[in-house]
Design a protein around this ligand. Sequence first.
Ligand SMILES: [Zn+2]
Length: 159
Amino acid sequence: MFAPWRLEVIETYKSTASCILCNILKMEDDEEALILERAEESFVLMNKFPYSNGHLMFVPNRHVKEWSELTAQELEEMMRLSQKAVKVLRDCFQCEAFNLGANLGAAAGAGIPDHLHLHLVPRWSGDTNFMPVLAEVKVLPEHLKQSYKKLKKAWGLVS
Ligand SMILES: [Zn+2]
């Protein structure tokens, strides 16, 4: 499988002394970090190496590796935020469908195996490959920053 975005993610991960997601959380500039919301237990951000336009991630604030280590509060909040994200993405990008899930462990395809995160990947019909999310680098219709601005604005309007 040729996936250049993955190489880039792994290179970034190796080059930082600590965890890339923990480092993003420490950044002060939300726009630079591509963070849409900093909630109590977790945060929501755009994937810098997206599978499709509007690809979001839900990440516990704690550096947690094992799914079973997540607390009820963390799980609840991440799921609630994913509901909001589906609503916002539908409004902003007219997404027709979504893939929501996690790659638990490097062998499952996790680019950052030491810090759990959920992916929400928007889908459109015509986007017919069963798993283009794993196999292709898509040409993005909008630049990442433009997408961020649009999503950030909409995020503030939905409760
Ligand atoms: Zn971490």
